[in-house]
Write a protein that binds this ligand. Structure first.
Ligand code: GTP
Ligand code: MG
Length: 368
């Protein structure tokens, strides 16, 4: 791997070698001008000179940003949908029902895996569903979810109506500018009052298109599998209005939907690809880690070699478990991936040092 002497590093940074030697002394190592630093140590040392690191950091953030493409490079992509709603209103049941109804009979056992995101197909078109966790504790993840989400399916139980988390979902969707389709669920129940639900939603600015508003509402039953295809049709119709596109012909960028440590496979992460195409063998940066995509599989447990825009895949090969919401960037070059991960570690270390510095100052004041 690459090495550099203190003297050479100082020269490249445009500072005196003695300053670097002093900096090393402060960190507890006594060195001479000919001391050899490995790559990471050099980057670390350079980072103590804020100016140098900030410059690199700017490039770093650019690499992590989603980049606009020329219109002729864009291709239609599937919509990404998040199901939201109050506890027990049937979010999980609805997603399960949609998936089960969608498993083509005879297809490789039709075994579905929990990877936190799924894709279903209707008339040869795909829809990607994000599976959001159910309770208030996951509000943050939902808020993040809304960023990668094109359309929110708001599930409201017909026998219960608008509840606190229904309102919360409406607020999140509005804040993120994401259109809502309402699924009025449990219409099989004798005490179902779909008209009352529509009335209550009106009070929150969600007006059914039947009543002259602009929100599509579908009455469904996850339990009795009623009107599920109609709901999917409405999602595709909404997607058509939004003209969702992405460039599949570049290195992939996406968002981590879920990360976990698997006993046999090590760190495993579900990535929702948002632009470009992710391929087995690609190097990548996620959070402060770099790694290589060793293998990918879809929500049916099938091996995939490539994943294009809006496709969720489970990735094996990361050195650590990433957080939901982390940005995933694929790279062809291993060195670049490692460098960026190192720089991100430094950035994180700086933030932590800054925190500690503040703390010790406060402690100092306490003593005075
Ligand atoms: P949380 O994840 O806890 O927020 O709940 P959820 O919104 O995912 O609801 P879930 O799918 O777990 O359903 C809650 C209960 O409602 C379960 O007992 C379901 O069987 C029942 N349920 C869901 N959909 C229907 C439906 O269409 N009709 C009837 N009768 N019951 C339903
Ligand atoms: Mg649930």
């Amino acid at each position: 791997s690459e090495t550099i002497t203190i003297g050479e590093l100082a020269k490249r940074m445009g500072i005196k070698a003695t300053d670097l030697i002093k900096a090393m002394m402060k960190m507890g190592s006594m060195v001479t001008i000919n001391h050899v630093l490995d790559h990471d140590a050099a980057v670390l040392l350079a980072s103590d000179y804020g100016y140098e690191v900030e410059n690199v950091a700017v490039d770093l953030d650019e690499i992590l940003e989603f980049t606009p493409d020329a219109p002729e490079l864009l291709q239609e992509r599937p919509p990404v949908v998040t199901i939201m709603g109050h506890v027990d209103h049937g979010k999980t049941s609805l997603l399960d029902a949609i998936r089960e109804a969608n498993v083509i009979s005879g297809e490789a056992g039709g075994i579905t895996q929990h990877i936190g995101a799924y894709d279903v197909e209707l008339h040869g078109r795909k829809i990607t569903f994000l599976d959001t966790p159910g309770h208030e504790a996951f509000t943050a993840m939902r808020a993040r979810g809304a960023k990668v989400t094109d359309i929110v399916i708001l599930v409201v139980a017909a026998d219960d109506g608008v509840m606190p988390q229904t309102r919360e979902a409406i607020n999140h969707s509005k804040a993120a500018g994401v259109p809502i389709i309402v699924a009025i669920n449990k219409i099989d129940k004798p005490d179902a009052r779909p008209e009352k639900v529509k009335q209550e939603l009106t009070e929150h600015g969600i007006v059914s298109s039947e009543w002259g508003g602009d929100v599509t509402m579908v009455e469904v039953s996850a339990k009795k599998r009623l009107n599920l295809e109609e709901l999917l049709e409405m999602i595709l119709l909404q997607a058509d209005l939004m003209d969702l596109k992405a460039n599949p012909d570049k290195a992939a960028k996406g968002t981590i939907v879920e990360g976990k440590l698997d006993k046999g496979r090590g760190p495993v992460a579900t990535v929702l690809v948002q632009e470009g195409t992710l391929r087995t063998g690609d190097y990548c940066v996620v959070g402060v880690h770099s790694g290589r995509v060793r293998a990918m599989q879809n929500d049916r447990g099938e091996r995939v070699l490539a994943a294009g825009p809006a496709m969720p895949v489970e990735v094996v090969g990361l050195p650590g478990v990433p957080d939901a919401g982390d940005i995933f960037v694929a790279m062809k070059d291993e060195k670049q991936a490692k460098e960026i991960a190192t720089l991100r570690q430094i950035k994180q270390r700086e933030l932590e040092l800054a925190k500690h510095a503040k703390m010790s100052l406060e402690q100092l004041y306490e003593k005075i």
